[in-house]
Structures are given as C-alpha cells and as structure tokens.
Ligand binder design. Structure first.
Ligand SMILES: [Ca+2]
Length: 308
C-alpha cells in the first residue's frame, strides 16, 4: 500500500481532491494532511481540512499545521474564487477537533523517516516541503516522489507566465528542484484545457446524497465566479486532476520529461517555471477526461455524516 502525505492550502478544489483520496483508502494510506497558506491563510486552511474530514467521519487522519507565509514573498492569498473561507463560504460545520501539536514541517520529516518511503502530494505552495528539506537534509532519502499540482509551461493563471502555487513561493519550488527528489508536476497548462460544465458535473455526482450535496455546494461559488468572468457555468479542477493522476496513472494521456528552473528575479517573469532540456521532472500535459470523471464519480460512494 502506498503511504502518502497530502500537503494542501485547502480551497474548494483541494477539498474535492481530498474527497477523491478518501475513496482510495484500499490503495493508499493517508499518513497525514499538512496545511500551508495559499488559497487562504493557514489557520483557515487547517480548519477547512478538519471540516472535510469530520464530514466523512475520518477523524483518525491527523492534520498538522504548517507555514503561515512563503519563504520570501509577501503574504498573499489566492483568488476570491474560493470565497472568504476558502471553501466557497458554504454552511459546513466547524470541527471541534484541533490540529496536532506537532507542526507540519516536523511531521513531514518524522512520518517520512518512520515510514520509509512516503509519497508527498502537494496541492498548494511548496513552503512546508522546502523548509523541511532545509531543516532536515536527510529527509530526501525517505521520499519516493513529490507529486505537485503546480507550474505552468506556457500560460499561467496568476500572471501571463506563472501559476499560483509556484508563483506564491517560487524559492520553495527551486529548493525542491535542487533536492533532486523525483518530482512530478501537473501544471496549469495541462489542466486549463479541461473546463468542466456544471451540467456535466451534475451528471457525475449525485446531488441527493450527503457527499454529493457537499460537492455541489463546494463548486457553487467557483462556478458563479467563472460565469461572471467568461459567461459560462464552468470551472477548472486542478487539484482533483493532480491527485487523480497520482492515484490512477491511467488518467494521464500525455506526459514528458524535462528540467525546470524557477524564475526568481524581481521582474514580470517572477514565479514562472521555465522548461529546459533535461530529465529530472515528469510533466503531465494532458489527461483522459472520461477516466478522470470516472474517478470523480467515486465521491458518490463516500459515506458522509450529516447532510448540509
Ligand atoms: Ca490548492
């Protein structure tokens, strides 16, 4: 069984990605969920993860709070597409649970060292992983792969050139690249091609069961936001696609290898990931949409607690 840590800045699509991961409990052992500032601030991110886990009565999964800000960049949060609370401001009960006493950075090290070997799936900025690698240089020996939603090869979503997770903390990404830990990325470009219509998501996820109700209330805010922008009731699902590619590689339609260099200068390219000749990074470029929708459909099997 694969042992994983999910590192997240839990917005709407992270929450859906976590829900997908919960449906793979026979294949993967979620050793921890670690949190980081990104879509929203880390305190809220941590609360959001606990809210989602509580809903599905997964209180055995431990949550560790991580970095409150990027290494160098000024503190900033993601787009309002995720609402004020990062989860689209839905009425989802707050947990009475708290995160663990241990912080995310120490947890990543400790769990990786004990478990030998761990897969880390990152759905937010790479700040926690970077600090952990800095603090514990031997950590790299205990990680199989870092599987990241992040980066942009051609077109970004924050600037013309940069994708949010990598843009938010580019030095952290460069630290991870320098560590030479096997690194696989699902960049924005590979995902942007796949906008999902609300109507099509309604066919995939049953609105009349608790897990489906949660799913559809989560996507409401991003879909309305996208409608205001482009006039179509659609949304992108970057984190769910990234975790689906990790959980079931047959989702991947096209990938290639290369090296990445982060642009770290204070210029208009800052935070962009530049593809150069090399072999170090696997870049997932496209997916089979139908296969992904089948994976998303597993959310219907999740036993939710109370309906919302
Ligand atoms: Ca995210």
């Amino acid at each position: 069984m694969r042992k994983i840590i999910i590192d997240t800045d839990c917005g709407v699509d992270d929450a859906i990605a976590i829900m997908i991961a919960l449906t793979y409990e026979d294949d993967v052992d979620i050793k921890a969920i670690t949190t980081v500032t990104g879509n929203t601030y880390v305190d809220q991110v941590t609360k959001n993860v606990l809210r989602i886990l509580d809903f599905f009565d997964k209180k055995e999964i431990k949550v560790y709070k991580g970095a409150s800000r990027p290494l160098i960049n000024k503190l900033q949060r993601g787009a309002k597409i995720h609402g004020e609370d990062g989860l689209g401001d839905i009425e989802l009960k707050y947990s009475e649970r708290k995160e663990e006493d241990l912080n995310a950075i120490d947890a990543i090290y400790k769990i990786s060292k004990v478990e030998k070997f761990i897969d880390i799936i990152t759905l937010g900025p790479l700040t926690n992983i970077s600090i952990a690698l800095n603090l514990y240089p031997d950590l790299k020996n205990y990680i199989n792969v870092i599987y990241a939603m992040g980066g942009a090869i051609d077109v970004g979503n924050v600037t013309k050139f940069a994708e949010f997770n990598f843009y938010a903390d580019p030095e952290a990404v460069q630290n991870v690249l320098d560590s030479k830990i096997p690194f696989k990325i699902v960049p924005w470009d590979g995902i942007v091609k796949n906008l999902f219509f609300e109507s099509e998501l309604k066919k995939v996820i049953d609105e009349n069961i608790p897990s489906g109700k949660l799913f559809h209330s989560l996507i409401k805010n991003p879909i309305s936001y996208t409608e205001r922008l482009i006039g179509m009731r659609t949304m992108s699902l970057p984190d769910p696609i990234a975790i689906a590619c990790y959980l079931d590689e047959s989702t991947i339609k096209q990938k290639k290898r290369g090296d990445l260099v982060m642009e770290l200068g204070n210029n208009t390219l800052r935070g962009s990931s530049i593809l150069i000749e090399g072999e170090d990074v696997e870049i997932i470029l496209d997916i089979y949409k139908e296969r992904f929708l089948n994976i998303l459909n597993r959310i219907n099997n999740l036993k939710g607690g109370e309906s919302i």
